[in-house]
Design a protein around this ligand. Structure first.
Ligand code: GRF
Length: 221
């Protein structure tokens, strides 16, 4: 099967983009990144894409008068590049209902919490505030409601008493970088069906949709 043509949408540094680039660069991943789009000029991820020889586009959302006009420009760029799958990776722009419907079950997002807990922004600060012992990240299919949608893969990290937002963010990012390529692989290989708004993985092996941070093994010993 030909690799699925995948676009990654970013707004910032793009460390998740980098993880996706690295994972799909070899011949054995069922997805290939054919386009990186940023809604912000100068986003760090654009350089990562350029270094990997991946075509980039900047579609500056701030210059569009309506959300619909921006979404249309985005959709046109994706169609021109004959994209099959879309990965949102730190893409800080809410997409409209029509756009989301058009890419239903073909558009993934990564969020830095164990959804459905801690939707929205500032997740790590809220986890610390709540005094929880674990947090993590979620890769899910995108739905019109923010941070909703069938869960594909989750990564779990411990929270230590001495953590601050920065240390926690770094630890969560480590598992994000393992979760996103894995989730994309499942979707691109055609192993995911959505049944009653749940992602069902064909031939699922135990823990296949779960990634543990290495320090968690130590913490639970
Ligand atoms: C990640 O924490 C991701 O979960 C969130 O935005 C951040 C993007 O980081 N959606 P990066 O640009 O991939 O480094």
């Amino acid at each position: 099967m030909e690799p699925r043509r995948t676009a990654v949408l970013i707004s910032g540094t793009g460390t998740n983009l980098q993880a996706l680039i690295d994972a799909t660069a070899g011949g054995d991943h069922p997805a290939r990144i054919v386009l990186v789009i940023s809604n912000r000029e100068g986003a760090g991820g654009l350089e990562r894409a350029a270094r990997a020889g991946i075509p980039t586009r900047v579609i500056p959302s701030a210059r569009f008068e309506t959300r619909g006009a921006f979404d249309t420009a985005l959709d046109t760029a994706l169609r021109e590049a004959e994209v099959d799958l879309v990965c949102l990776a730190g893409f800080m722009r809410v997409l409209g209902q029509d756009f989301v419907a058009r890419w239903r079950d073909r558009m993934l997002n990564i969020h830095p919490s164990l959804l459905p807990a801690f939707r929205g922004l500032e997740t790590h600060a809220r986890v610390l505030e709540a005094g929880l012992p674990v947090t993590g990240c979620t890769v899910h299919f995108v739905r019109p409601e923010i941070d909703e949608g069938p869960v594909l893969v989750q990564g779990v990290v411990p929270v230590f008493p001495e953590d601050d937002v920065e240390t926690l963010n770094a630890r969560v990012l480590e598992v994000e970088h393992r979760c996103y390529p894995r989730a994309l692989e499942m979707v691109a290989a055609g192993r995911i069906s959505v049944i009653d708004e749940r992602a069902v993985l064909a031939g699922e092996r135990p823990f296949e949709r779960l990634v543990l941070h290495p320090s968690l093994q130590e913490a639970t010993r």
